[in-house]
Design a binder for this molecule. Sequence first.
Ligand SMILES: Cc1cc2nc3c(=O)[nH]c(=O)nc-3n(C[C@H](O)[C@H](O)[C@H](O)COP(=O)(O)OP(=O)(O)OC[C@H]3O[C@@H](n4cnc5c(N)ncnc54)[C@H](O)[C@@H]3O)c2cc1C
Length: 289
Amino acid sequence: MKPPPFDYVRPTSVDDALASLARFGDDARLLAGGQSLLAMMNARLSRPKTLIDINRIAGLDAIRVDGERLCIGAMTRHSDVMASELVGRHCPLMAEAYHYVAHIPIRNRGTLGGNVCHADPASEMPAVLLAGGATLVAASTRGKRELSAANFFVGQLTTALAPDEMLIEIRIPLAPPAQGWAFEETSNRRGDFAIAAVAATLSMDGGRCTSAAIALAGVEERACRWTAVESALVGSSVDEATAAEAIGRGLGGLRPTGSVHADVDYKLDLVGTLTRQALARARARAGKR
Ligand SMILES: Cc1cc2nc3c(=O)[nH]c(=O)nc-3n(C[C@H](O)[C@H](O)[C@H](O)COP(=O)(O)OP(=O)(O)OC[C@H]3O[C@@H](n4cnc5c(N)ncnc54)[C@H](O)[C@@H]3O)c2cc1C
């Protein structure tokens, strides 16, 4: 399959890219790694009149620590994020989750920014950003704004970005040294999108949970936090029985999407199992770093 015809521009600065976005608006799409966009165009699910290729813009692929936050440029390739020592140290949840994302050639080309802007509900990174309390920096000719991950992911393949906005950077609070973490996923084959995935972090003090974050991918129409279970865990020891009870009660509040690979009942069962596993591993890691 070949994509429908399109015009092509290749800006070399963020300002030029934003000017192109302002000019072409919803008729244009930014081209990052192309790993999702070109497949969508080939299948005629997306028909942009103009592609704005942002691969030649310098400076959008840095990974740095700024104060209390880990900052990752939108054009950083998956493989560079995965290999980053800073990411391993300050967001080990992301480093672990990357082992489930696609395959080496796709990770070499695809970008973290493109991944989150594509906003596939079964993608791992939106769940990681939600669990990590990340913010996303969007720019347009009108200025910059910073959105929480909770406000960024609006629905299936839909984000809160306006047609003239470009994602510039992803900012994640540094993981506290004593925080435990775990990512669990089931997919049809290694490297496929998740049938269901769970990203979890836990902080413990004196054997009691002081904070918990649980985010789900592949379950609802967008990646989501599972706040009912989080709040049930705070103050508890997060032992097997408490976790199972909190999860059991929380399942009724989920609205899973069914598919040919997993109907709703199977998905709920899977989410319960994956969350129990993630919490057990996060609990075992808490206080160990
Ligand atoms: C076979 C295969 C398996 C895969 N498996 C997985 C998987 O298991 N898990 C997973 O998460 N992903 C998976 N992917 C998708 C992969 O992670 C893509 O790299 C990613 O979804 C899109 O990133 P990209 O840089 O290629 O973006 P592109 O395809 O270039 O763009 C995607 C969308 O985001 C927009 N966009 C890109 N950058 C920006 C920006 N800076 N600001 C605003 N909008 C922007 C584009 O206009 C487009 O609409 C898979 C892909 C393939 C082909």
